[in-house]
Design a protein around this ligand. Sequence first.
Ligand SMILES: Cc1cc2nc3c(=O)[nH]c(=O)nc-3n(C[C@H](O)[C@H](O)[C@H](O)COP(=O)(O)O)c2cc1C
Length: 318
Amino acid sequence: MITPLRIAHMTPQLPIIQGGMAVRVSTGKLAAAVANAGGIGTIAGTGLSPRELIAEIRKARQQSPGYIGVNVLFAVNQFAELVRTAMREKVDFIISGAGFSRDMFTWGKEFGVPVISIVSSARLAATAEKMGAAAIVAEGKEAGGHLGTDRSVKEILPEVLQATNLPVIAAGGIMDGFDAAEVIKMGAAGVQMATRFVTSTECEADDNFKKMYLTASQDDVVLIKSPVGMPGRALRNKFTELLQRADSHPLIEKCRQCLKRCSAEYCIMDVLRKSVTGDTENGLVFAGESVYKVKQILPVREIMQQLVTQLETALGNA
Ligand SMILES: Cc1cc2nc3c(=O)[nH]c(=O)nc-3n(C[C@H](O)[C@H](O)[C@H](O)COP(=O)(O)O)c2cc1C
C-alpha cells in the first residue's frame, strides 16, 4: 500500500516531489502539472529575478490548486531575496539546494511557510531538524545538478533515517515506481524525482535539451567542476569537453556577481541558460545518472500514472 506523505500542511495524493531544476528547466508550468497529477511541484527560483519568480508562482497557482513550492540554490547572492519573495507569495514550501542557513528557517516561521532541506549526510539532516526543517530530502550521487556527495542514495538513506524523526524523501536515480518502491521499503516517506520530468510535455526546456536526454547513453553522463565549488552531473558535449582540456577556458562574457563564492572558471548561469534555450553544445546540460533509461516524452499525468501502477505493483495495493 502507498502510505500517504505528510509534510507540514501538505498531504499530496502521491508521495512524489518533482525536484527543482535551474535555470528555467522546472518552471510554473511543470510544477503545476505535477501538482495537478497528485504530486508536489517545485519551481526553480535560481537564475530568475524576483519579478520573474513571482510571475512563475502566479502562473502555477492559476494552473493548479495543488501543492507548489520554490527551490533556491543556497550559493546564489539573491538567496534571501528570492526565498523571501516566494514566501511573500505564500508558496506551500521552500526547499534549498546545496546548503542551508539558520535564517531561512526564521523567515519560514515569520511567513508561516515550511522549509525543506536537501542534504547528503546524517550530520546535516540532524542539523536541519534542529534548525526547524519540516522534512529532509536525502540526495545521493545519482542526482543531476550540483552534488553534495559521492555516495549512493541507498547508502545515505539508512543513516539519515537514523539521524532524524522528520519525513525523509529520497532523491537521485529514481526513474520509475519500482525504484521508488525500493527506497520507500527502506523507510523513505517519499521520493524526489527530477530527470524523469525533463522529458515531459510540460517541461519548458528547449526540444534540443530533451533530445539530449532521449539519446544519452550511460557513457554520456559525466561529472564536471562547477564554479559554485561543488561537482555537478551533466551530459557530455562540446562544453564539458572544453572544461576537461587544461589549455582552454570558457570565457566569462559578463560577470553579474550572482554567486556568494565563485571560482570564476566560467559563468554557471550563462551556460545553464544557454542549454535550456537550445544551445546544448555550448551550454551545460545537467542530468541525473540514470538519464539513459528515459526513452519517451510523455505528459506528466501519464508519467505519474505509470509511477503509481508500478508503485502499487511493487508495494501491493491492498
Ligand atoms: C537539469 C537539472 C537541474 C537541477 N537543478 C537543481 C537546482 O536548481 N536546485 C537543486 O536543489 N537541485 C537541482 N537539481 C537536482 C534535482 O532537483 C533532484 O534532486 C535530483 O536530480 C534527483 O535525481 P534524479 O534527477 O535522478 O531524479 C537539478 C537536476 C537536474 C537534472
